[in-house]
Write a protein that binds this ligand. Structure first.
Ligand SMILES: Nc1ncnc2c1ncn2[C@@H]1O[C@H](COP(=O)(O)OP(=O)(O)OP(=O)(O)O)[C@@H](O)[C@H]1O
Ligand SMILES: [Mg+2]
Length: 246
């Protein structure tokens, strides 16, 4: 590994400590009003927004480190219940955008309640019923990152709804994320997986992201020995399918 890369990872790594301090401070102010004093509604709103964005930053820091580790070929396979994994992943996604929904999702105790909550947010979840009650073996944090990136893109580009399908095909774990947005012209199907590439680079560049997500997803999928497929065309939405050996 090059010295520059180590230096970069080290810098990202050291962002974790000040971030944790900021997060703990904000959490205390929000939760321990008996100790730190009552908050007005407006103050609470500002603090919650600040906390939410601290969580965003924490996720980004972890993602950056995870990606560095992944390109070193480190795979950490564990066995975990699929249901908990799906709920946790969704909670993390909504923690970034919508705290209320993330609370709702966290409280869901059955698949049908979860589906209902999500459909109110325009997400149609389908999970192989048998798999839902099973344990799966794979690199949990990498899979989480893959789903998080694909789903947040879908939510960003959708018109009305997003489909999330989780299932099993022979010995592979399959995740399908589809949306009903403007889609991706076939000429761009390879390009969008290049780092820093965005189709709408000129328009609202700052708001929409950096064009790093899909490049990272591709690396993680390959590292897990899996494959990624894209089906999309102009006006037909986009569907990303990930198949990873179990
Ligand atoms: N579901 C989708 N529908 C339409 N276009 C998409 C979709 N997903 C990705 N794209 C296109 O591919 C580009 C690259 O996606 P990628 O996730 O790598 O970057 P990003 O979302 O723009 O930024 P970030 O680095 O924050 O993820 C996007 O800018 C967009 O032009
Ligand atoms: Mg993205």
């Amino acid at each position: 590994m090059g010295k520059q890369r180590i230096k970069f990872d080290f810098l990202v790594h050291d962002l974790k400590v000040p971030l944790a301090v900021i997060e703990a401070g904000l959490t205390s102010l929000i939760q321990k009003t008996d100790k730190y004093g009552p908050l007005t509604d407006k103050q609470l709103k500002v603090l919650k927004r600040a906390l939410r964005n601290t969580l965003v930053t924490r996720t980004l820091v972890n993602d950056a480190l995870e990606l560095g580790r992944s390109s070193q070929g480190i795979i950490q396979k564990t066995t975990f219940p699929l249901s908990g994994f799906v709920v946790q992943t969704l909670v993390e996604i909504f923690d970034l955008v919508d705290l209320e929904t993330s609370d709702c999702v966290r409280g869901c105790d059955t698949l049908s309640v979860l589906k209902e909550q999500l459909s109110e947010k325009g997400i149609l979840l389908t999970v192989d019923e048998r798999l839902w009650h099973q344990e799966v073996s794979m690199d949990e944090s990498k899979m989480k990152q893959i789903i998080r990136n694909l789903l947040s893109n879908a939510l960003k580009y959708k018109k009305k709804q997003v489909e999330l399908k989780i299932g099993q095909e022979e010995d592979s774990f399959v995740v399908i994320v589809g949306d009903d947005g403007d889609g991706i012209p076939s000429g761009y199907h390879d390009k969008i997986f290049e780092c820093y590439f965005q189709m709408d680079m000129q328009s609202d560049y700052c708001v929409r992201g950096h064009g790093v997500g899909l490049a990272g997803v591709m690396i993680l999928v390959e590292d897990m020995g899996g494959r990624l497929f894209l089906e999309s065309d102009v006006g037909k939405g986009a569907t990303f399918s990930v198949k990873v050996p179990l």
